[in-house]
Design a protein. Structure first.
Length: 125
């Protein structure tokens, strides 16, 4: 009987140690991510094919309505062929330093049938 109790206590301590180690690891990942600025994460994303950044050229913008028209290449994550079309922009700050003719890298998602740009940075390539 004593052996069963000892095994249970050891198992409990091991479980608590693994759980706290995992929690500490997750917390440090979250802290590192929160310290990144959007430009850095978007640029890192642009270098990673799995991140689904697309290339576009600014045709026009309406900052009051958070709309941008892009002549874009293929957008793999939404299976869209190259074309020129308008997009909504999730955050006005993404358009802040852009002018007509700028090349951009952007990530767009279909949200309830509306194509919304979630990340966008100038691309000097």
């Amino acid at each position: 009987m004593l052996t069963k109790i000892q095994n249970l206590v050891v198992l409990l301590f091991l479980s608590l140690g693994v759980a706290s180690a995992f929690a500490g690891h997750h917390e440090s990942e979250h802290t590192e991510h929160s310290e990144m600025n959007h430009e850095h994460s978007a640029l890192s994303c642009a270098d990673d094919d799995s991140c689904a950044m697309a290339h576009g050229v600014v045709v026009s913008m309406n900052k009051d309505n958070r709309k941008i028209v892009l002549n874009h290449g293929e957008i793999k994550n939404i299976n869209m062929s190259p074309m020129t079309m308008p997009f909504s922009v999730e955050n006005l700050s993404l358009m802040q330093d852009l002018v007509k003719g700028d090349h951009v890298l952007f990530h767009v998602e279909n949200v309830g049938g509306e194509l919304i740009i979630k990340e966008m940075v100038k691309n000097n390539k």
